[in-house]
Unconditional design. Structure first.
Length: 260
């Protein structure tokens, strides 16, 4: 399918690895110039080196989106590099997973500051540019927003807030020409998933294969998703092929989410 994205410009936060890097790779394959933002300069540069080509330009912006001015600076860096901004992918953000009574106020603050407030600030800063290009915002959220889990009290709350924010900005975007949608990944083979698998291995004294099987059984699915699958969906949502998709909250989790 021809997505018609050649020559457009994107800012992807949390782009140094995992889902963010996969989204950047898929957009680059479609001819999009990509600005990669995250905290790890070495990993960002490695991703940029892989994606830069004769037709695709890349830029790297090292930032900690917990800092109040960081998101606006990342947007400014993307616009300075490419002269425009068509696509904002809010992907940065990891939340601490633990027993609720072991979590502190600081843990909750950190989770909201990076993922929720980082996305809010990036969207605010990018909005005038996206209006000018009739662009799009794609929020990478997570199926944990759909239901509560005992060890995911921070992540579930942050993700639920992200989904509501997506709907609110989509409502604004209808009249202002900016499409806003969210992707909810399920179990995806990222460093974070591997960390959770290792935690289960230690807690239960079981093998890696048994730990993965336990995670799949909890979700009622048969396999772990791949970051490239999220990348493909993000590229489609960024394209004109998805022009009538606005305010959608799309689960990509192998069928794990069964609620309406």
């Amino acid at each position: 399918m021809e997505l018609g994205l050649t020559g457009k410009a994107a800012l992807i936060t949390g782009a140094s690895r995992g889902i963010g890097a996969a989204i950047a790779a898929e957009l680059a394959r479609e001819g999009v110039h990509v600005c990669l933002a995250a905290r790890d300069a070495a990993k960002l540069n490695a991703v940029a080196l892989r994606l830069t080509s004769a037709t695709v330009r890349t830029a790297v912006h090292v930032a900690d989106l917990r800092e109040p001015q960081a998101a606006a600076a990342a947007v400014a860096a993307a616009v300075a590099a490419f002269g425009r901004l068509d696509i904002l992918v809010n992907n940065a953000g990891a939340t601490k997973r633990a027993d609720f009574f072991a979590l502190t106020d600081a843990d909750f603050h950190d989770g909201f500051e990076l993922k929720f407030h980082g996305a809010v600030r990036a969207t605010r800063a990018a909005w005038p540019h996206l209006r000018a290009t009739r662009g799009t915002v794609i929020n990478i959220v997570g199926v944990g927003a759909r239901s509560g889990a005992a060890d995911f009290t921070i992540g579930g709350a942050v993700n639920a807030a992200m989904l509501n924010f997506t709907k609110a900005m989509a409502d604004i975007g209808i009249q202002q020409g900016v499409r806003v949608n969210a992707i909810n990944p399920g179990l995806i083979a990222t460093d974070r998933f591997n960390g959770n698998v290792e935690r289960i291995m230690l807690e239960r004294s079981i093998t890696r294969e048994q730990a993965i099987a336990a995670r799949l059984a909890t979700h009622g699915t048969t396999r772990v998703g791949q970051p490239a699958e999220i990348g493909g969906l993000a590229a489609y949502l960024a394209s004109g092929q998805a022009d009538f998709i606005q305010g959608a909250l799309i689960d990509i989790d192998g069928g794990a989410t069964r609620a309406l």
